[in-house]
Ligand binder design. Structure first.
Ligand SMILES: NC(=O)c1ccc[n+]([C@@H]2O[C@H](COP(=O)([O-])OP(=O)(O)OC[C@H]3O[C@@H](n4cnc5c(N)ncnc54)[C@H](OP(=O)(O)O)[C@@H]3O)[C@@H](O)[C@H]2O)c1
Length: 323
């Protein structure tokens, strides 16, 4: 049974981002009215591609939102039945002020969004976590495929200064704590590395990974990669979780659990004209591969890796990121 109601109003935080833009696009196409949050209303790079979407003219409203300003969140969430919480800093490089730039917006920001949802009587919140809240996990049994029962080892991430993974794991934990204490309906999506066609003018972190690979980068993302997923499947998975009343808990969202070496080898095979480096096959030591890794409840036929790569590379070409 579906909870979808024609014309229902929902909020997407981080609506201008890579995944957010696809989610807004799909929601508009399904008949929803969308409150999308952006960081700067006067920056065309955040707004123009959203305003150009089908249905945007009559059913899209943009809100300026800062994750640490509660009143800005309240304004965006006011009058909506559901919230998709995607906004979170995706920073993999060194940051000047860890707390201010990364941890507070991710963790306090998530709590603020959930608080606003509770205060305004929102029916369900879909929180976008990551495989970065599942792996790296030192104590997971070596002979068991990683699933939603597996949690990232935060102490290890702190030791190796993997702060993005710390931010996503603590944000997801904060979401579950809030949901339990305040009886708020929260479901979580844990996507792998999202790639495919690009809607915003700027390149996000996961598409930058592919661009760098095509340019010869030999980084293997040892503690980060768990599998790839088409960006449209990530957007659709958010909607399926929202519309399916029986969905509960965490949801791993990957085309398959795979190693970055598998991914790089496929890119090299499909695009021999680029300088894709030869990487070892096993780039994620101890990560067991699995074909159907995601819960059936999502009801998604995941787009395979080959198509993810083709859609992503062609989009990098069309947008002029690579010739
Ligand atoms: N891409 C992936 O492979 C992947 C995989 C798993 C999970 N995720 C998660 O999916 C979500 C979206 O990621 P994405 O890849 O689409 O990245 P993205 O394009 O960088 O989108 C992130 C969005 O969050 C907004 N944001 C960041 N800090 C904010 C703040 N302090 N206040 C208000 N808005 C803020 C960003 O605005 P600005 O652009 O203006 O900073 C942007 O719109 C994130 O939660 C990310 O952790 C992504």
């Amino acid at each position: 049974m579906s909870m979808r109601k024609e014309g229902e109003v929902v909020c997407v935080t981080g609506g201008s981002g890579y995944i957010g833009s696809w989610l807004v696009s799909l929601l508009l196409r399904r008949g929803y009215t969308v409150h999308a949050t952006v960081k700067h209303l006067n920056d065309e790079k955040e707004t123009k591609h959203l305003q150009a979407l089908e249905g945007a003219e009559s059913r899209l409203r943009l809100f300026q939102m800062d994750l640490l300003r509660y009143d800005s969140i309240l304004a965006a969430v006011h009058g909506v039945a559901g919230v998709f919480h995607l906004a979170s800093p995706v920073i993999v490089d060194q940051v000047q002020d860890l707390e201010k730039e990364l941890l507070a917006p991710a963790i306090e920001g998530t709590k603020n969004v959930l608080r606003a949802a509770k205060e305004l009587g929102v029916r369900r919140v879909v929180v976008t976590s990551s495989v970065s809240a599942i792996t790296p996990s030192r104590y997971w049994p070596a002979d068991v495929v990683k699933d939603e029962n597996c949690w990232t080892d935060v102490d290890y991430c702190k030791q190796i200064e993997l702060w993005y993974s710390v931010s996503k794991t603590l944000a997801e934990k904060a979401a579950w704590e809030f949901a339990k204490e305040q009886s708020l309906d929260v479901v979580v999506l844990n996507p792998g590395t999202a790639m495919g066609p690009i809607l915003p003018p700027n390149l996000n972190a996961s598409m930058l990974m592919l661009l760098l690979l095509l340019q010869g980068c030999t980084e293997t993302y040892e503690d980060v990669f768990m599998g790839s997923v088409h960006v449209k499947d990530v957007a659709l998975a958010h909607i399926l979780l929202y519309e399916n009343p029986s969905a509960t808990g965490r949801h791993l969202c990957v085309e398959a659990i795979s190693h970055y070496g598998d991914f790089a080898a496929k890119v090299a095979e499909l695009y021999p004209e680029y300088k894709v480096p030869r990487l070892p096959r096993d780039t994620q030591p101890g990560l067991l591969r699995a074909k159907n890794a995601s819960k059936m409840e999502l009801g998604l036929n995941f787009i395979p890796m080959e198509e993810i790569i083709k859609d992503a590379v062609e989009s990098l070409k069309n947008k002029g990121f690579i010739s």
